[in-house]
Design a protein around this ligand. Structure first.
Ligand code: ATP
Ligand code: MG
Length: 335
């Protein structure tokens, strides 16, 4: 997970991150992070949250919002080595023409404000001028890479928002983020019960993955959710097991990059014998990269590692419940 997180940050920093923007309530995202933030800041820092009442919604990727908050909170904590107060605040704001004129890059409009304030060391003007630069850090080698705020900046820009900093040496720092408000109907987590995706199943899945730990983890998750799993360490083993298995195999869940034969190649080999079998590829590469480099064709549904209980069970269910794949011939005609 840590390796994935670092890679994610590097990709996001280079703007290749696949963001999944949704209409969401910042207060809800922040509430979900409360325990984690508390642990992150430690005992010497008092964490205060001031949630704006009836807050407007924003359209953003919730994982990215969490990442913004994490980065700002870690920076705030680092600026208060002997303790202090950390305040996270949300509110609705309207930025008027005057504001837009006096702040470079700001557009007038209705926004949701998210601010993180600390009572730490503050920064001098020379530091403040450079904080959003990639790899700019005043921290020791092991303690900072200088990617935190450039990542925050990148996400805010991609979300059509803006960010401000106000800092005073010896007093503290406030980072303020403005995200455009959207006036969509609230999409609360307590939707109608019918909308909750069923995550369990009974079908038979052929799981092909050469990394033992990943295979064991995926198998455990699937079995706990009711599936029957046939495990194979590579394509050769999968072909053999497939031949010996008399019953239906509903889904081939396979790693993309494997020695000898790749996941997509394996899928193509099995297709004639198992025409109804669905295919779900999993890989450590972001989907578009894998497609662009010819690792997987667009026709395969794809799951990005690291897999979690949530993503795996959801994706497996989606693929199994999808209408049967087009025949090769029919698919060929659509291109
Ligand atoms: N709340 C803050 N108070 C004082 N200085 C800050 C604060 N936030 C950021 N800075 C300054 O900005 C610099 C850059 O921050 P940034 O988050 O980009 O990188 P970092 O924290 O040094 O490393 P990383 O986030 O990659 O671990 C910091 O090294 C620090 O000097
Ligand atoms: Mg940082």
């Amino acid at each position: 997970m840590r390796a994935a997180e670092l890679t994610r940050r590097l990709l996001m920093f280079s703007r290749q991150q696949v963001l999944e923007p949704k209409v969401l309530d910042l207060n809800e995202v922040l509430s979900g992070m409360d325990m984690m933030l508390q642990r992150l800041v430690g005992e010497d820092v008092r964490l205060v949250t001031i949630f704006g009442a009836s807050l407007g919604q924003v359209c953003a990727d919730s994982g990215s919002i969490e990442q913004i908050v994490m980065n700002l909170v870690i920076n705030a904590r680092d600026a208060m080595p002997t303790g202090g107060a950390l305040t996270i605040e949300t509110s609705d704001v309207i930025l008027d023409e005057d504001y837009a004129r006096s702040h470079l890059g700001a557009m007038p409009g209705r926004y949701v404000l998210l601010s993180v304030t600390d009572t730490g060391t503050g920064m001098d003007k020379a530091t403040e001028a450079r904080i959003f630069e990639p790899f700019f850090t005043t921290k020791a080698l092991e303690q900072g890479t200088g990617l935190g705020l450039s990542t925050v900046f990148g996400i805010v820009q991609q979300s059509a928002g803006s960010i401000r900093v106000a800092s005073e040496l010896g007093v503290g720092t406030t980072f303020t983020i403005y995200l455009p408000r959207v006036d969509a109907p609230p999409l609360t987590s307590a939707g109608p019960p019918g909308e909750v995706a069923p995550l369990r199943g009974w079908e038979t899945i052929l799981l092909v993955e050469d990394e033992d730990q990943v295979r064991h983890a995926a198998c455990g998750i699937l079995v706990r959710h009711g599936y029957t799993v046939i495990e194979a360490r590579n394509a050769g083993e999968a072909l053999l097991l497939c031949e010996r298995h008399p019953g239906v195999i509903h889904l081939l869940l396979t790693d993309v990059v494997m020695p000898q034969m790749s996941g997509p190649e394996l899928a193509k080999r099995l297709a004639p014998e198992r025409p109804g079998m669905k295919v779900l590829c999993m890989s450590g590469y972001p989907g578009d990269t894998a497609v662009r480099h010819g690792l997987i064709a667009n026709e395969f549904v794809y799951l990005q590692k690291p897999i979690t209980v949530q993503t795996l069970t959801k994706r497996v269910r989606e693929v199994l419940d999808a209408p049967p794949p087009l025949s090769r011939e029919a698919a060929g005609r659509t291109h």
